[in-house]
Each structure stands twice: as C-alpha cells, then as structure tokens.
Design a protein around this ligand. Structure first.
Ligand code: DGL
Length: 282
C-alpha cells in the first residue's frame, strides 16, 4: 500500500489519455497532472531542448512526493529515455511500453508508427519496434500538423482539417498495407476515429498513452504499491484558462477555479482544479 500520488505529464492534452487510462485501471490512485502547454509543441523542439525540458518536468512532479511518474509523451520518451531511466523515482515512458504492446500482437506483416517530428527524427520508435518485432517491416511517419491542430481546438474526427491531415499523412501506411498502427504521440488518440476511418477496420490501432498507463499500473500492482483516494490535481505552465476549458471538455468535467497562467521558456506551473461530474468518462 502506498497512498502517495502518481505524477503524469505531457506537453498538453495528449497525456490526459494516459490519465484516463490510469483512472480506468486503478480508480483510487491520486494523480498530479502537469501539462507543459506553455512550451508546446514538443515535437518541433531540438533534442537538447527536449532533454532539458524532461529534467524540468520530472523535477516539478518529483516535488509532490510522487511514488511513480508516467511520461505520457512520446516525444520526451523517445528523446530522453536515459534521463527517465536514471531518475531516482520510478518512471514509465510510452516508448518502451508501446513497443512491448506491439510485440504481443499477432501477424507478421508491416506495422507503422506515427509520431511527432522530433520522435521520428530520434529514430527511437523505429529501433524499439525493430527490436520488438524483428520480422516486420516498420513504416515511420512524422505528423507535425496533428498536435497544433488538436491543441487549437480541432479535436473532432469529423473536422475537415483533421480529415485532410489524416489523409495526407496516413497514405504511406495504407500503401504499405500496415496491419497495425502505433499512435506514438499521446495526442493522436483524440483523433483516432478519423485515423481508423481512413485506414479501414482491419488495422489494429495501438495507443502509446494506454500502453504506458497499463505498464505503470501493472508495476504498482506487482510491487503492492497501489492506494489513494481518487484525487486529481492539474497544473499547467501555459494559459490556465484555455487548458482548463479544453481539459474540462475532454474529461467531461467543469472547471471550477482558473488562476492566471505563466509563459515559457521556464515552466512555472499554476494549479487548476476541475471538479468531478458523475458522468465523467474517467
Ligand atoms: N503528446 C506528446 C507526444 O506524445 C507531444 C506533442 C507535442 O507537444 O508535440 O509526443
């Protein structure tokens, strides 16, 4: 039994997919969520910048005496894996967990991964998938427009801008006859219906966000370190009002208190509280 909170972070909304999955698997955990919205998109940053930001984000969450941290961000997981692995508090990144998930899929045909520019440029997803699925062809596709679109409110899978971008980016996965597609950026779950519609019903979509949450939960269960009262605290380094509104929409909750936000380059997170609604999905 360990009642300390779990830390979860991402550049913005994407990590909320990890948070929702954590809530589904272990509803009683206390969670501290940090959205580094003041500095998104992470996918457009250089590797040295991302590595520095990973340390700052980890330091921020570590100050809450968390028992473990979920790095619900493919971009940091693929550019700062060694920093996460060497952190004194246990961390789970979505790169390793999603490659493990892909390893367990049936089939021997091509697989594809879509992620941010910085994730694909790092080569980490390609290497992890090659190792996990050595016999399969791996198609890696950067999708730089997805995160800016989603963060600017184009979150619906029916949105014409989303559908256009999906068709533009996903054609190589379709041409390769990919049997499975890894959503290697946690934001992409938000538009997964558009992706699935474009690729057809036969392709298996794997969520990096969910794989990370599942890996963290099984680790805590195995170590007997679950426990809490189901509380969630939210922080952002960006505009707290817009994060709060977007998150409220996303989580099915209403914003209750919206203090002023802060700006990049330094994350100076401010608290946000969102109250629970009984019909909230997580
Ligand atoms: N959601 C993040 C990821 O999984 C980062 C998106 C971004 O800020 O570019 O990579």
């Amino acid at each position: 039994m360990d009642n300390r909170p779990i830390g979860v972070f991402d550049s913005g909304l994407g990590g909320l997919n990890g948070l929702c999955a954590l809530r589904r698997f272990l509803p009683d955990e206390n969670i501290v969520y940090f959205a580094d919205s003041g500095r998104l998109p992470y996918g457009a940053k250089s590797r040295p910048q991302l590595r520095e930001m990973a340390k700052q984000d980890l330091r921020f969450l570590s100050s809450f005496n968390v028992k473990a941290i979920l790095i619900a961000c493919g971009t940091l997981s693929s550019n700062a894996g060694d920093i996460l692995a060497g952190w004194p508090i246990p961390t789970v990144g979505v790169l390793t967990s999603s490659a493990d998930w892909m390893r367990r899929l049936e089939g021997s045909g091509p697989i594809a991964v879509i992620a941010t520019e910085a994730s694909i440029r790092s080569g980490s997803y390609q290497a992890a998938l090659k190792e996990a699925c050595p016999k399969r062809e791996v198609v890696a596709i950067p999708c730089p427009d997805f995160v800016p679109l989603i963060e600017s409110g184009h979150c619906s899978s029916k949105d014409p801008l989303v559908c256009d971008a999906v068709a533009r980016y996903l054609q190589p996965a379709r041409d390769a006859g990919a049997e499975a597609l890894l959503l290697g950026c946690t934001h992409y779950d938000i538009i997964k219906d558009a992706i699935s519609r474009f690729l057809g019903p036969d392709i298996t979509l794997v969520s990096a966000a969910e794989s990370g949450a599942a890996a963290l939960c099984s680790r805590l269960l195995k170590e007997g370190r679950t426990g809490g009262s189901g509380e969630t605290r939210f922080f952002t380094s960006g505009d707290s009002r817009s994060f709060s509104e977007a998150a409220a929409l996303f989580l099915g909750r209403t914003a209750e208190e919206v203090p002023a936000g802060s700006v990049p380059p330094e994350p100076l997170p401010v608290p946000i509280s969102l109250d629970h609604r009984s019909d909230a999905p997580c």
